[in-house]
Design a binder for this molecule. Structure first.
Ligand SMILES: [Zn+2]
Length: 125
Protein backbone atom coordinates (compact mmCIF):
# COMPACT_ATOMS: atom_id res chain seq x y z
CA UNK A 1 0.00 0.00 0.00
CA UNK A 2 1.40 3.34 -1.03
CA UNK A 3 1.14 5.84 1.76
CA UNK A 4 0.58 9.50 1.11
CA UNK A 5 3.65 11.72 1.13
CA UNK A 6 3.94 13.78 4.26
CA UNK A 7 5.81 16.99 4.83
CA UNK A 8 7.23 18.58 7.94
CA UNK A 9 4.72 21.06 9.38
CA UNK A 10 7.50 23.54 9.97
CA UNK A 11 10.06 23.40 7.15
CA UNK A 12 7.89 21.48 4.67
CA UNK A 13 10.59 18.96 3.83
CA UNK A 14 9.46 15.52 2.81
CA UNK A 15 9.23 13.25 5.82
CA UNK A 16 10.64 9.75 5.80
CA UNK A 17 9.97 6.89 8.16
CA UNK A 18 7.04 6.52 10.53
CA UNK A 19 3.78 7.61 9.00
CA UNK A 20 2.68 9.43 12.16
CA UNK A 21 5.68 11.77 12.01
CA UNK A 22 4.77 15.42 11.60
CA UNK A 23 8.18 17.07 11.88
CA UNK A 24 11.73 16.25 10.73
CA UNK A 25 13.08 16.52 14.24
CA UNK A 26 12.62 18.15 17.61
CA UNK A 27 14.02 21.45 16.38
CA UNK A 28 11.31 21.74 13.75
CA UNK A 29 8.73 20.71 16.31
CA UNK A 30 9.84 23.36 18.79
CA UNK A 31 10.08 26.00 16.07
CA UNK A 32 6.58 25.15 14.89
CA UNK A 33 5.12 25.49 18.38
CA UNK A 34 6.93 28.76 19.00
CA UNK A 35 5.52 30.15 15.78
CA UNK A 36 1.99 29.14 16.77
CA UNK A 37 2.44 30.76 20.14
CA UNK A 38 3.71 33.95 18.58
CA UNK A 39 0.77 34.04 16.21
CA UNK A 40 -1.68 33.62 19.07
CA UNK A 41 0.16 36.28 21.04
CA UNK A 42 -0.08 38.74 18.14
CA UNK A 43 -3.76 38.03 17.67
CA UNK A 44 -4.70 38.76 21.28
CA UNK A 45 -2.13 41.47 21.97
CA UNK A 46 -4.40 44.39 21.14
CA UNK A 47 -7.15 43.13 23.44
CA UNK A 48 -4.68 42.30 26.19
CA UNK A 49 -3.29 45.82 26.06
CA UNK A 50 -6.77 47.37 26.12
CA UNK A 51 -7.77 45.26 29.12
CA UNK A 52 -4.63 46.10 31.05
CA UNK A 53 -4.99 49.77 30.22
CA UNK A 54 -8.62 49.71 31.42
CA UNK A 55 -7.51 48.09 34.68
CA UNK A 56 -4.76 50.67 35.17
CA UNK A 57 -7.23 53.51 34.64
CA UNK A 58 -9.76 52.07 37.10
CA UNK A 59 -7.03 51.43 39.64
CA UNK A 60 -5.57 54.92 39.40
CA UNK A 61 -9.01 56.55 39.72
CA UNK A 62 -10.03 54.42 42.69
CA UNK A 63 -6.79 54.82 44.59
CA UNK A 64 -7.19 53.67 48.19
CA UNK A 65 -10.96 54.20 48.24
CA UNK A 66 -13.50 51.39 48.39
CA UNK A 67 -15.76 52.87 45.75
CA UNK A 68 -15.61 55.99 43.65
CA UNK A 69 -17.99 57.58 41.23
CA UNK A 70 -16.58 59.15 38.12
CA UNK A 71 -18.13 60.51 34.98
CA UNK A 72 -18.03 58.66 31.71
CA UNK A 73 -16.03 61.55 30.30
CA UNK A 74 -13.36 61.16 32.99
CA UNK A 75 -12.91 57.53 32.00
CA UNK A 76 -12.91 58.13 28.27
CA UNK A 77 -10.48 61.03 28.51
CA UNK A 78 -7.97 58.67 30.10
CA UNK A 79 -8.40 56.28 27.21
CA UNK A 80 -10.76 53.82 28.85
CA UNK A 81 -12.36 51.46 26.33
CA UNK A 82 -15.70 50.12 27.65
CA UNK A 83 -15.78 47.56 24.85
CA UNK A 84 -13.24 45.42 26.67
CA UNK A 85 -13.77 43.74 30.03
CA UNK A 86 -12.89 40.34 31.45
CA UNK A 87 -16.14 39.34 33.13
CA UNK A 88 -19.52 40.43 34.43
CA UNK A 89 -20.69 40.22 38.01
CA UNK A 90 -24.21 40.62 39.35
CA UNK A 91 -24.69 41.23 43.06
CA UNK A 92 -27.71 40.14 45.13
CA UNK A 93 -29.57 43.34 44.31
CA UNK A 94 -29.14 42.63 40.62
CA UNK A 95 -26.60 45.38 39.99
CA UNK A 96 -24.32 44.46 37.14
CA UNK A 97 -20.60 45.14 37.27
CA UNK A 98 -18.14 45.02 34.41
CA UNK A 99 -14.72 43.88 35.51
CA UNK A 100 -11.27 44.30 34.02
CA UNK A 101 -9.45 41.69 36.07
CA UNK A 102 -9.87 42.72 39.73
CA UNK A 103 -11.16 46.25 39.11
CA UNK A 104 -14.69 46.87 37.95
CA UNK A 105 -17.39 49.44 37.58
CA UNK A 106 -21.14 49.76 37.62
CA UNK A 107 -23.00 52.17 35.41
CA UNK A 108 -25.21 54.57 37.30
CA UNK A 109 -27.80 57.05 36.12
CA UNK A 110 -26.44 60.25 34.62
CA UNK A 111 -23.47 58.72 32.85
CA UNK A 112 -21.79 57.99 36.15
CA UNK A 113 -19.57 55.01 36.77
CA UNK A 114 -18.99 53.60 40.22
CA UNK A 115 -15.57 51.99 40.42
CA UNK A 116 -14.93 49.10 42.81
CA UNK A 117 -12.20 46.62 43.54
CA UNK A 118 -13.08 42.97 43.67
CA UNK A 119 -12.68 41.44 47.10
CA UNK A 120 -10.29 38.54 47.13
CA UNK A 121 -12.22 35.35 46.50
CA UNK A 122 -11.61 32.52 48.90
CA UNK A 123 -11.55 29.33 46.92
CA UNK A 124 -12.97 26.26 48.60
CA UNK A 125 -12.73 22.69 47.54
ZN1 LIG B 1 11.32 20.18 9.34
Amino acid sequence: MQSEKKYCLYCEKLLKGRSDKRYCNDDCRTAYFNEQKKEEHDEIKTIDLALKKNRRILKSLLGDLKTKSVSEKQLLLKGFNPKYFTHLFKNMSGDEYHFCYDYGYREKPGNKFMIVKQLPVVLQD
